[in-house]
Design a protein around this ligand. Structure first.
Ligand code: 6CS
Length: 316
């Protein structure tokens, strides 16, 4: 049998190499009885089309960014809250691995829509790109910020004074080039690999958030599998957590160096000071109330639980 595994990224990028490695492991473990065909982003439409493809069973597996389910699985937008997860990417991954709020409660919310998240993992800290250099909240005044399809991402950037605009990443390079949008957020590996640095003069290392992806399966398909096959998928997903953590770390650090040394497309790399981060954090915190009151369907219970779990890991 063959399973189709879609990703939102292309050859060499973190999500795609994840699917390739996953496929390799499953094939080895089953002596080739099960093969997985990884799909690059593009062939199956936009990211939201891909969400629909997983839901209707056109594909069995997907790496999915919660931002693209923002208009459907309300609670999944929790990842759009800035300054929620710790600055340390390691600690963030530890929370993603162990959190009951995410791996049990949020998972159930996705399952109501036919999507089963088997694991949450980071693709690295997100950075801001722009032409003028984003350093303080006033730099976001009227700034046309590209976001994914998530009302909470919209709210998070409105809090800084920006005008957010939802776009698929396939349209992003051209939109940045033409000035349809002024900037965007993504992990450094993605900014460089998608060549956004060619059409943006600066990248701000803001550490305001992490890019989180989910390994997902079609719920009915997965539930209908024999138990030993489910176990095989679960075990492989768990093994992959360490593997993908190292892979994103490698890509993010290598591409940061390459970006700094790229004389053909010079990019100024700006690191926010603690004081500057504090200014953003102050504006970002009230967005949690917006999440509780306007987004959450369970009065922010998942957020409250997650906040406690984060405290337990960071000790703060
Ligand atoms: O910005 C985006 O929408 C894209 N960013 C990443 C890191 N992966 C896929 C996603 O669609």
């Amino acid at each position: 049998q063959t399973w189709r595994f879609i990703t939102e990224e292309t050859e060499g990028q973190v999500q795609y190499v994840y699917a390739q490695e996953f496929a390799k492991r499953i094939s080895e473990k089953t002596d080739g009885a099960i093969t997985i065909e990884p799909y690059e982003y593009g062939g199956l439409g936009s990211e939201t089309d891909q969400v629909a493809a997983l839901q209707d069973g056109a594909v069995e597996m997907a790496v999915m960014s919660p931002g693209f389910t923002g208009n459907m699985v309300k609670e999944g937008q929790i990842f759009a809250l800035h300054f929620l997860f710790p600055e340390s990417v390691e600690q963030t991954q530890e929370i993603l691995n162990t959190s009951e709020a995410l791996n049990t409660d949020l998972k159930a919310k996705y399952e109501e829509h036919g999507i089963t998240p088997l694991a949450f993992w980071t693709e690295g800290a997100t950075a801001w790109s722009s032409n003028d250099g984003l350093q303080e909240p006033s730099d976001f005044d009227g700034f046309k910020m590209r976001i994914q399809e998530s009302p909470l991402m919209q709210e998070s950037y409105k809090a800084y004074g920006a005008s957010p605009q939802a776009l698929s990443w396939s349209e992003l390079y051209t939109a940045l080039d033409r000035g349809t949008v002024d900037g965007q957020e993504n992990p450094v590996f993605f900014i460089y690999d998608a060549s956004f640095h060619e059409v943006q003069d600066t990248v701000t290392i803001s550490n305001h958030n992490n890019y989180v992806a989910m390994t997902t399966v079609n719920t009915d398909w997965y539930n209908g599998l024999p138990e030993h096959v489910q176990k095989l998928i679960d075990e492989t997903t768990q093994e992959m957590q360490d593997w993908i953590f190292k892979e994103q770390e490698r890509q993010n650090s290598e591409y940061l160096e390459e970006m700094k040394n790229d004389t053909e497309n010079p990019t100024e790399v700006i690191e926010l000071t603690e004081e500057q981060r504090a200014e953003f954090k102050e504006l970002a915190l009230p967005v949690r109330d917006y999440y509780r009151e306007e987004i959450s369907t369970v009065n922010g219970e998942i957020l409250d639980k997650l906040v406690e779990e984060i405290k337990a890991v960071t000790g703060e």
